[in-house]
Design a protein around this ligand. Structure first.
Ligand code: ATP
Length: 357
């Protein structure tokens, strides 16, 4: 089921939770709403599910305006952060509840419950009550209870927030598999960028009730359109840069505090004289051996070394006194504070962004 939001605004008193938000989630897509706390992600999810009404704007479910249709009559189902399982019902009864409300014939109801118990590998837990389950098991029951109704729209509000790190990683794969195996249209709220990058078909990055950028994980990470997105989706080094010239090969030269740098990622309409913010990720730098002559060479002095085994995180000072962070993979562990090194970065990894108005 396609899910569309058109010009949604939601005010709570003086707080603007959503400010003219429009987006379209395609049938079968796993779409993420990502952003810092308080940026309006949950509000949007609750409006889609019918738990809140927008101040203005409309939601379209499968092309039809949702209007004031209550949650129980929408073809959507939500997995809440706290799971919201019925404490007095067994796992099986919790899962069957939604189907009983829909008055499904007993044979079909039982078949569907058995199937979802099997799919989520919780058959052995079927006769337990929620207080006899671990956090991860409760999570599975909450997913099962939502999946069993075969919703056209599967709405997930930080579903992994209460789990430990290992279980979160396991469940990421599992939720994505379930969505894809069942052809579900999923909308998933999180502020965890690793969750979004590893699971999403597309991500909308929110800031202050507005969408800052929509794209695939790769697009949002490698081609952020604003400094906010560059910073929120990963670690980065930001610098100002003035466009000096555009070359015939599509690259451009920019004057920056790190010297003149070549970039291959800039807006089509960029003109000489225009100023940009440059984003350069720490993992994009490589260390130049002595005397190597390479484009985009930058001299820095190491100020801190964090040796982590498979990689080292280095902080350094550039010639203009700015702090530059870079990562070294498979480090020999010989880098020392105070050491001068030369780094280089590919023009494809120097991303020029305009600040959004
Ligand atoms: P989090 O990740 O912390 O859940 P969020 O991005 O989901 O944050 P929302 O819960 O959508 O953010 O809240 C957006 C804004 O609206 C916040 O400033 C919040 O305080 C406010 N807000 C949300 N619900 C209400 C409410 N029922 N009454 C008043 N203000 C609200």
């Amino acid at each position: 089921m396609q899910i569309r939001a058109e010009h949604l605004t939601k005010l709570y008193g003086n707080t603007t939770a959503l400010n003219d938000v429009s987006l379209a989630v395609e049938d079968g897509e796993l779409f993420f709403l990502l952003g810092p706390s308080g940026c309006g992600k949950t509000t949007l999810l609750r409006i889609i599910g019918g738990f809140e009404q927008p101040t203005s704007g409309e939601i379209y479910l499968g092309g039809k305006a949702a209007g004031k249709t209550p949650p129980s009559e929408r073809d959507t189902a939500m997995v809440f952060q706290g799971y919201a399982l019925w404490p007095h019902l067994t796992v099986r009864q919790n899962i069957a509840f939604g189907l009983e409300m829909r008055k499904l014939p007993a044979a079909e109801l039982n078949a569907r419950v058995e199937q979802v118990l099997k799919e989520l590998q919780i058959q052995e837990l079927a006769d337990r009550k929620p207080n006899q389950l671990s956090g991860g098991q409760q999570q599975r029951v909450a997913l099962a209870r939502t999946l069993v109704v075969h919703p056209g729209g599967f709405l997930l509000d930080e579903p992994l927030a209460n789990l430990d790190a290992k279980l979160r990683r396991d469940m990421r794969l599992e939720i994505r598999r379930i969505c894809k195996d069942n052809g579900l249209t999923g909308i998933y709220v999180t502020h965890d960028r690793a969750e979004a990058l590893s699971m999403a078909d597309r991500i909308a990055v929110f800031r202050n009730g507005q969408i800052e950028q929509i794209g695939t994980p790769r697009e949002v990470y490698r081609r952020p359109q604003t400094p906010f997105v560059a910073n929120f989706i990963g670690e980065t080094n930001l610098r100002s840069g003035k466009l000096l010239s555009r070359e015939s090969d599509g690259s451009a030269l920019l004057e920056t505090p790190l010297g003149v740098l070549r970039s291959r990622v800039l807006p089509d309409d960029a003109k000489p004289g225009e100023s940009f913010t440059l984003s350069m990720r720490p993992e994009a730098f490589h260390i130049l051996s002595d005397g190597a002559d390479e484009a985009n060479a930058i001299s820095v002095t190491i100020t801190n070394v964090d040796y982590l085994g498979e990689m080292a995180e280095h902080l350094s000072h550039d010639a203009a006194g700015g702090e530059l962070k870079f990562f070294e993979l498979n480090p020999a562990g010989t880098m020392r504070t105070g050491e001068a090194v030369r780094l280089s970065i590919a023009p494809d990894d120097v991303v020029c962004m305009k600040e959004k108005k």
